[in-house]
Structure formats: structure tokens, C-alpha cells
Design a binder for this molecule. Structure first.
Ligand code: NAD
Length: 282
């Protein structure tokens, strides 16, 4: 399938990063958000990221400005009508996503693919919103998108092989490595990563080791580039708790019970880097 124009819904942290990597790969991009102000915030974030790449000699100034020139913007979903592939990266709210998907289903040509970057909503459930669920798939990027190499490509039960293959091809074209994942709560990576972070919080709470010792242990003993508690501060403790709650609710298995200290810290507003205090002080 020939892909030239990619639509991105949501110009937030993730959407702007996805738009950036697509434009750098030479694809035309249409970026959609609910207001001009939200679109401008996305473009500003992208401009700052591209400038950092230029200052580190990863990119020439000409390549950076050419990438920005490939991005069009629109506040109406109708502006995405000529896209071959649309990635939904709007706010993590199932009703917001379902409304967007119904609009996309109506404006896109038959055969155009619709992907979602959701972290927690079932791909199968979102696909059921569409008249043609076979063209729907999960494309789960990691933050920050320009840096992180992985994309989880997640099939709902309705997803066609053609949709899967086109999505993997797009991931490769924008320089990412795709892994093939079946729809399941937390997909593959968060299902493994977040309970590990939760366990580190139990270890801290039980006084087995300090935060610094736990993080040093996992860096030096398990070869992780960052310790689990520093990573929790980076992700945001509220997000870590929300993912544990989704896993617990979905699987009804006590192994996904969130650590009491995690709940306590979220209740206190100690959410990590974004509030200046988590397991460490910033
Ligand atoms: P964000 O809050 O930074 O951005 C969301 C954007 O969506 C905002 O600009 C908002 O105005 C826009 N939006 C809301 N409703 C819209 C609509 N109807 N039409 C168009 N735009 C709309 O959020 P984010 O961190 O970029 O997350 C976006 C998605 O990516 C979520 O589904 C999230 O779960 C997922 N995700 C996030 C991360 C992460 O680390 N932040 C990682 C992987 C996946």
C-alpha cells in the first residue's frame, strides 16, 4: 500500500512526537487538534525538539525546516480526509477516542488505516466502533517518541493481516522497530514493566533497601539503564497507579495489587518529576 500522507489526531506530547518522526522520514503529515492553540503548542514542542537535534549535529538546519514544512494542521477532522493512514493520539479517554474514531470512519476513504496510540483501552473494543473494524489497529509508541525505538503493533480480533502489514511497514519507514502483540490489557511492555516498578515500591516500603540501593541494584545487577523508582518518577506515579488499577481490574489477579505506598504518594500529590517530588526530590 502506497503511503504518503499520515494524519495525527492530538498534538500533545505523543502526537507531536509522532508527527515529528513521520515528517523527518519524508512523509506528509496533517496534524489535527481541537484548537489552534493546541496545534501551536504541538508545533512549538516539535520545533524545540528539532532544534536540539540540530545543536547535537544529528540533523542539519535544512532538514529540520524541511520536516516542519511537511506538516499541515487542521482543527476539523474533515481536514484528514486525504490521509492514507491516521494515528489517533488524543487524550486517554475512551469516549473521546470513540467519538474521534467514528468521525475518522466517516471522512476517510475506504482502505485507509486507522491506528490508536492508546496505552490502556482495548483495541478490540475501539475497533467495534468502526463500520470497518478490519482497518483498525493499535500502534503504541513510547515517550519520548523521537528517541524511543519501539512500537508495539497490537491487533484486535477484527484487525486484518493487510492492516497489520501496512502498520509494520509504516513503523519501519519512520525508523522504529515493531513487535507483534495481541490485544491484551497492558499489551506486552507495560504488563511486564509496571508490575516490576510496583514490586520495587513494595521492596522500598518493607524496608528491604532504600530507593537509591534498589535503583543501583537494578542498574548494576540487571543492566537496566535507569532504576525502577527513578523510572516511576519519570513516568508519573499517578500513571503507574492507573496502569496497575487497569491490570488488576482486567485480570482480577492479586498479583497486580498496587503497592500501598504508591497509593499513599499519589494521594499526597507526590507524583514524581512533574510535581518536583516522588521517590526523589527534583
Ligand atoms: P496529551 O494530553 O499531551 O495530548 C493529548 C492531546 O489530544 C491534547 O493536545 C488535546 O487537546 C488533544 N485532543 C483531545 N481531544 C481531542 C479531539 N477530540 N480531537 C483532537 N485532539 C484532541 O497526551 P499524550 O501524553 O500525548 O497522550 C496521548 C495518547 O497517547 C493517550 O492515549 C496516551 O495514553 C497515549 N500514550 C501516552 C504515553 C506517554 O508517556 N505520555 C505513552 C504511550 C501512549
Amino acid at each position: 500500500m502506497e503511503m504518503q500522507r499520515i494524519g495525527i489526531v492530538g498534538a500533545g506530547q505523543m502526537g507531536s512526537g509522532i508527527a515529528q518522526v513521520c515528517a523527518l522520514a519524508g512523509l506528509d503529515v496533517t496534524l489535527n487538534d481541537v484548537s489552534e492553540a493546541a496545534l501551536q503548542r504541538g508545533i512549538d514542542r516539535m520545533t524545540a525538539s528539532l532544534e536540539r537535534m540540530v545543536s547535537k549535529d544529528k540533523l542539519s538546519a535544512a532538514e529540520a525546516s524541511a520536516a516542519l514544512m511537511r506538516i499541515e494542521r487542521c482543527v476539523e477532522p474533515g481536514g484528514l480526509a486525504d490521509c492514507d493512514f491516521v494515528i489517533e493520539g488524543a487524550t486517554e479517554n475512551v469516549r473521546v477516542k470513540q467519538a474521534i474514531l467514528r468521525q475518522l470512519d466517516a471522512v476517510l476513504r475506504p482502505g485507509a488505516i486507522i491506528a490508536t496510540n492508546t496505552s490502556s483501552v482495548s483495541i478490540t473494543k475501539l475497533a467495534a466502533t468502526l463500520d470497518d473494524p478490519a482497518r483498525f489497529i493499535g500502534m503504541h509508541f513510547f515517550n519520548p517518541v523521537p528517541v524511543m525505538e519501539l512500537v508495539e503493533v497490537i491487533r484486535g480480533i477484527q484487525t486484518s493481516d493487510a492492516t497489520f502489514e501496512a502498520t509494520v511497514a509504516l513503523a519501519r519507514r519512520i525508523g522504529k522497530t515493531a513487535i507483534d502483540v495481541r490485544n491484551s490489557s497492558g499489551f506486552a511492555v507495560n504488563r511486564i514493566l509496571v508490575p516490576m516498578i510496583n514490586e520495587a515500591i513494595f521492596v522500598l516500603h518493607e524496608g528491604v533497601a532504600s530507593a537509591e540501593e534498589i535503583d543501583a541494584g537494578m542498574k548494576l545487577g540487571a543492566n537496566h539503564p535507569i532504576g525502577p523508582l527513578a523510572l516511576a518518577d519519570l513516568i508519573g506515579l499517578d500513571t503507574v497507579l492507573a496502569i496497575m488499577d487497569v491490570l488488576y481490574g482486567e485480570f482480577n489477579d492479586s498479583k497486580y495489587r498496587s503497592a500501598p505506598l504508591l497509593k499513599e504518594m499519589v494521594a499526597a500529590g507526590y507524583l514524581g518529576r512533574k510535581t518536583g517530588r516522588g521517590f526523589y526530590t527534583y
